[in-house]
Design a protein around this ligand. Structure first.
Ligand code: TXA
Ligand code: MG
Length: 308
């Protein structure tokens, strides 16, 4: 990656402009989190309601400590999983300069330190956090490759960091008295958390109105049918593992070897490829309901949600 591209991104963020940048999970569309107008422009370009708060990205824990308060459990999780696909919901300090628009005027801020080298490099050049949602139009699929960007977002300055390594968004967590609550399933699995903190009581937030947990989300344009045991005429197939399923339009397999890590990495890109075919809909093979499969199934349920 050319340092010149990163320097240009830095300049633009200082000037209040938006920048699309890679992280290990998905691409983000970022702004100076302290700049009210810049943050506002993120909601506008994404057509995102301001009631759905944004994640702030930081270079290191010192920068986070300047803005928010961490308790003992927050530090346990932070020290174990940062940099990486963990977003912690933390209480904002009174003197923080983060725009209230980042978090819908609430004093809780979603914070994360990404592990992607380009994003860390960029963040280390700034004296403010980057507020960044995923680089997609609201309710559509996240983007794991620059070539999948929506044409309205394509005009924003971007840093191409290749295909996102993990491919599913960060896990959004709030610590509780006895452990933690998962507000959004993500690339950090429940099993990984349990493995490090077997004493933690882990709840999964099931509230349908929780911000960013809308029923319809992460969705391609074509209708999608999940957990299929057959494929209809003119449906494209998003397959998983080895089985008898077959489409007359297009077949693509998330992972022939039933590797959930590989499936996560391919997930959004393959959905986009199928969405662009002449199919009338997308049929998706069953995905196991554990580890990253739980996150994939969460996204698929929202993607296939029909109003009424
Ligand atoms: O992996 C990721 O998390 C990517 C990359 C770019 O970092 N970002 C991402 O952002 O997926 P976004 O905006 O698409 O999703 C952020 C999620 C939403 O579900 C939002 O509701 C939740 O985090 N969130 C953010 N701040 C919050 C807060 N203060 N309270 C509750 N939920 C919050
Ligand atoms: Mg998103």
């Amino acid at each position: 990656m050319h340092q010149k591209t990163i320097e240009e991104a830095k300049k633009r963020l200082f000037n209040g402009q938006l920048v699309i940048f890679p992280t290990e999970t998905v691409y983000g569309i970022g702004a100076n989190a302290n700049n009210h107008q810049s943050v506002r422009s993120i909601y506008q370009i994404k057509q995102r309601p301001v009631s759905n708060p944004l994640i702030c990205h930081f270079a290191n824990i010192k920068e986070i400590e300047k803005n928010v308060i961490l308790n003992y459990k927050d530090y346990e999780l932070a020290n174990t999983f940062w940099p990486g696909p963990l977003t912690l919901i933390l209480e904002k300090k009174k003197n923080s300069k983060i725009s209230p628009l980042v978090s819908n005027n609430l004093n809780l801020i979603g914070c994360r330190i990404p592990s992607n080298k380009i994003s860390l490099n960029l963040l280390s050049l700034l004296d403010f956090p980057i507020a960044a949602p995923s680089a997609n139009i609201a309710t559509r699929t996240s983007v794991t490759s620059i070539s999948d960007l929506d044409k309205n977002l394509n005009k924003v300055y971007k840093i191409d960091g290749g295909n996102s390594v993990l491919g599913l968004e960060s896990t959004v967590i709030k610590t509780t008295k006895d452990g933690c609550k998962i507000l959004r399933l993500g690339s950090l699995t429940i099993e990984e958390i349990k493995n490090k903190f077997s004493n933690y009581d882990i709840e999964i937030e099931s509230s349908k109105v929780s911000p960013g947990n809308q029923l319809k989300h992460y969705s391609p344009i074509k209708p999608i049918r999940i957990n299929v045991s057959y494929v209809n005429e003119n449906e494209a197939l998003l397959n998983y593992g080895k089985n008898q399923l077959i489409s007359n339009i297009k077949n693509i397999n998330l992972s022939f070897n039933s590797d959930l890590f590989e499936a996560s990495h391919n997930f959004y890109n393959y959905l986009n490829i199928l969405d662009k075919t002449k199919c009338t809909g997308i049929a998706v093979a069953p995905i196991p309901e554990y580890g990253l499969g739980k996150t994939i199934n969460d996204r698929l349920k929202r993607a296939s949600y029909k109003d009424k």
